[in-house]
Ligand binder design. Structure first.
Ligand code: SF4
Length: 61
């Protein structure tokens, strides 16, 4: 699984709270800190994508 944060991010910080090993906050938006997401982080990654208020997180399974 890979994930990306697109330009719709409003920098709310929710994804970094839900899944801090994967999502971190950059200068203007969140970014994905790992290229290939380890399997034990898939659930929190999906949750972050579902909960993101602007649907800015794209997941490639
Ligand atoms: S939850 Fe969505 S809007 Fe909020 S920081 Fe993460 S990617 Fe950006």
């Amino acid at each position: 699984m890979e994930a990306y944060v697109n330009e719709e991010c409003i920098y709310c910080g929710l994804c970094a709270d839900l899944c801090p090993e994967v999502f971190q906050l950059g200068d203007e938006r969140a970014f994905v800190a790992v290229k290939e997401i380890p399997e034990d982080m898939w659930d929190c990654c999906r949750e972050a994508s579902e909960e993101c208020p602007t649907e800015a997180i794209e997941i490639i399974e």
